[in-house]
Design a protein around this ligand. Structure first.
Ligand SMILES: Cc1cc2nc3c(=O)[nH]c(=O)nc-3n(C[C@H](O)[C@H](O)[C@H](O)COP(=O)(O)OP(=O)(O)OC[C@H]3O[C@@H](n4cnc5c(N)ncnc54)[C@H](O)[C@@H]3O)c2cc1C
Length: 425
């Protein structure tokens, strides 16, 4: 078993990166080369704008290359809950944005001819406790009426035809969800941005940001300083660098995944014949899907800790046991890869994008950002380029989290609270 992400181990290296010193200036500097920053960079480069992307590690190798592989439509939280907190119309607007975001990814794959197994196979949300079925039914009716006319509610034999596990009591299928190979998608996006004229520097963490006269910015790195007319920050949980303002508004949270060796056709038939993106209804739930080469990718918030090799290994053991409990037919299938990654959560699990102190930002995808990161990267690039009214998150309040100054000391307490909610439900 390798302590490495399957997606990154099965992609080729990025060939379009710049070597050597940074140029002294650029029109726009994008910080962070995950899907948000890459999508923004591609849009700017396609418009002929002189853009430099600075990435601390390798492109799309943080959350964007370490996720569960789901490119689902719909909001991160239940639509009914969202309607209760934001009002029905605003909840619908958010839902529609995620639909548009999946379409945006599909268009990008087609336009750039990215070889990443993109397929619209749908998502299925699974009721993990008998007590969740009634609530799911109510939710399904509401969603079918408001936003998902093709939603299908499943029980009994129909559910078993999708997912062969006695751990689930009902399910709802949302057919617009998609999946793809995240490593190959991220690589294709970076190659496309470079092809359109962007300069992409890997292994170049930004260490300082300074406002200059005339509204320009000095962006400091160990490879030199670059002056820019505009800066767009797309650093996800921003664990390093001068992003204290964002760090106090988002919570970095670990999530963990195991990938099996390829399953036989019999094992697929005995576990996931529906081949959809599955998520469970618990607060500390699981997410799983099959890959093109028939591996089961099985993830969850197995621990309330950040990701590091020791944490990933411990989480991997918990997930392997959980996988066997959910799918006894796969109990003896070896685990080939184990990894973890860090999410950037906002308290309401809704992303934020805007401008603060002359700097543009797009962060807080909250564990449901494969699709939205791509859309908002594009929209913020257009905002930076001077278009108005294109940022769908414009004006959303983005308050500091009380008591949160950087390191997430409170994660174990969040874990205890979620465990209590799951026990009570
Ligand atoms: C384990 C896991 C499972 C997930 N599963 C799913 C899923 O199945 N479906 C889904 O929709 N979402 C999922 N997500 C969330 C999704 O992957 C993210 O929302 C999305 O990839 C965010 O993209 P991003 O570009 O905003 O951030 P990231 O991909 O985190 O990119 C931010 C980049 O900024 C760089 N950076 C940070 N600081 C600096 C600095 N100082 N200088 C330069 N660069 C810097 C980082 O190195 C990183 O590459 C998951 C996330 C994790 C961790």
């Amino acid at each position: 078993m390798q302590l490495k992400p399957y997606w990154l181990e099965t992609r080729t290296a990025f060939s379009g990166g710049q070597k050597g010193d940074l140029p002294p200036r650029a029109s726009v500097v994008v910080i962070g080369g995950g899907f948000t920053g890459l999508s923004a960079t591609r849009t700017l480069a396609r418009r002929g704008i002189d853009v430099v992307l600075l990435e601390a590690g390798e492109v799309a190798s943080a959350a964007s290359g370490r996720n569960g592989g789901h490119c689902n439509n719909g909001s991160a939280t239940d639509l009914l809950g969202l309607a209760n907190s934001l009002g029905a119309e605003e909840a619908r607007r958010y839902y529609q944005m995620y639909d548009d975001a999946v379409d945006f990814v599909e268009t990008t794959v087609r336009e750039e001819q990215i070889d990443c197994d993109f397929v619209r196979n749908g998502k299925i949300k699974l009721a993990a406790k008998p007590g969740h079925v009634e609530g799911m039914k109510r939710s399904a009716e509401y969603m079918a009426r408001e936003v998902e006319p093709d939603l299908v509610f499943l029980e009994g034999a129909d559910l078993q035809a999708e997912v062969r596990s006695d751990k689930f009591h009902a399910g709802m299928v949302m057919p617009k969800g998609a999946q793809m190979h995240m490593g190959r998608y991220g690589l294709g996006l970076a190659e496309a941005a470079a092809r359109h004229g962007a300069s992409i520097y890997e292994h170049t963490p930004v260490t300082s940001l300074k406002r200059l006269q005339g509204g320009r910015h000095a962006v400091g790195t160990a490879r030199g300083t670059i002056e820019a007319e505009a800066v767009l920050i797309c650093t996800g949980p921003s664990l390093q660098g001068p992003f204290g303002w964002l760090r106090r508004r988002t919570i970095p949270m670990g999530s963990f995944i195991v990938a099996t060796e390829p399953l036989t056709e019999e094992q697929v038939a005995a576990s996931m014949p529906g081949r959809r993106n599955c998520v469970t209804s618990r607060h500390i739930g699981n997410y799983f899907r099959l890959t093109g080469d028939n591996r089961m990718i099985f993830g969850g918030r197995a621990r309330f800790a950040l990701s590091d090799p020791a944490s990933d290994a411990k989480a991997g053991e918990i997930l392997q046991k959980s996988l066997a409990e959910h799918f006894p037919a796969l109990a003896d299938v070896p685990i080939a890869y184990t990894w973890g990654g860090v999410l950037d959560m906002t308290p309401d699990r809704l992303p934020r994008a805007g401008e603060h102190d002359g700097l543009f930002y797009a962060v807080g995808m909250s564990g449901h950002g494969v699709q939205f990161s791509n859309l908002i990267g594009d929209r913020m690039a257009r905002t930076v380029a001077g278009e108005t009214g294109v940022n769908p998150l414009e004006g959303k309040a983005f308050n500091a989290i009380p008591g949160h100054l950087g390191p997430p000391w409170f994660l174990p307490f969040v874990g205890m609270w979620y465990r209590f909610l799951d026990w009570r439900s």
